[in-house]
Design a protein around this ligand. Structure first.
Ligand SMILES: [Zn+2]
Length: 304
């Protein structure tokens, strides 16, 4: 997770990438999408099966796993078994699954689920773009760098994202969401060496006594990475945190937009102050299921 701050900012900024047909509805609900950007982390320890949705430990699968792991869920299950996949994280497959769920919610016009799944999808996509979410060594615990997770994804954005340039243009359609999210995971994983190595380098350069400082939050004093250390590390990363954050924002917008296109471009403005009753939604879900079954033959190659 990007920490509360990062996740909220990513969902919020993603709204502004959307086309005119979507932005009304999403802007109207921007508070919800922002506040609920961290829901998946909140239920992480309470809901069984939630935890592996946030990461993938690529290194446990051996050399070049990032490039060699099966891209599609069914192929991966066949090769490794579902238990193994769940043990080491499933974020790229889970993003694709939520993508299909959101598309269905849009087809049906299910406002509550459109919002819930949009917020969730934003969260998982953002997680997939964090280098430390692609490794077993997710908090530097295997290399004597414990704490680096929070440093990279919470401390740095909190200190420096004011200066990031969030102008990233318009959301675009993704032809193959499953491959697109894998590309993001690969890209994040390729940055992992730098994330770890620069932390060591700056620690050596600055000296361990300047690495941490104490800050008062309310009436507790907490040990944090010092401002100087954070600044030097942030500089050494050469804009990586900003790039990954912007990539996340753009990708969240792209996925929301892709769901909407795949759902047949439903009129979202209509849903700004209108909701189907639960009974109507049941009926619409039933119709969708029947429609899918009828179309099953032509859709066999899709992976939902
Ligand atoms: Zn998360």
């Amino acid at each position: 997770m990007w920490g509360f701050f990062g996740h909220q900012k990513i969902n919020r900024m993603a709204v502004f990438t959307l086309p005119v047909e979507m932005i009304g509805f999403y802007k109207h609900n921007i508070q919800y999408l922002t506040e609920n950007a961290v829901n998946p982390d909140r239920r992480r320890y309470a809901v069984e099966g939630e935890a592996p949705c946030h990461y993938i430990d690529l290194d446990v699968y051996g050399d070049s796993a990032a490039y060699k792991l099966p891209r599609y869920w069914n192929d991966a299950v066949e090769q490794y078994s579902e238990d193994t996949l769940l043990a080491y994280g499933i974020v790229p497959w889970h993003v694709n699954r939520v993508k299909y769920q959101l598309t269905d919610a849009m087809r049906v016009g299910d406002v509550r689920n459109i919002l819930r799944l949009s917020a969730d999808l934003g969260h998982y996509i953002a997680d997939a773009n964090v280098p430390l979410h692609t490794t077993e060594n997710y908090d530097g615990q295997l290399t004597g760098q414990r704490g680096i997770h929070g440093l990279w994804e919470s401390r740095l954005p909190e200190l420096f994202s004011e200066d990031y340039d969030f102008f990233i243009g318009r959301a675009s359609y993704i032809e193959n969401p499953q491959l697109a999210i894998w590309d993001a995971v690969v890209h994040a994983h390729e940055a992992l060496d730098s994330v770890l190595a620069f932390e060591v380098a700056i620690t050596e350069k600055l000296g361990i006594d300047k690495k941490y400082s104490f800050e008062t939050r309310g009436n507790v004093t907490v040990k944090v990475y010092s401002r100087e250390f954070s600044q030097k590390y942030h500089e050494a990363l050469g804009g990586m945190v900003e790039r990954q954050m912007l990539r996340s924002v753009k990708m969240v917008g792209d996925f929301w937009y892709t769901c909407w296109i795949d759902a047949g471009q439903p009129d979202l403005d209509k849903l700004i102050d209108f909701e189907f009753t639960e009974e109507e939604l049941q009926q619409r879900r039933l119709e969708l299921r029947e429609w899918k079954e009828k179309n099953h033959h032509s859709r066999r190659h899709e992976s939902d």
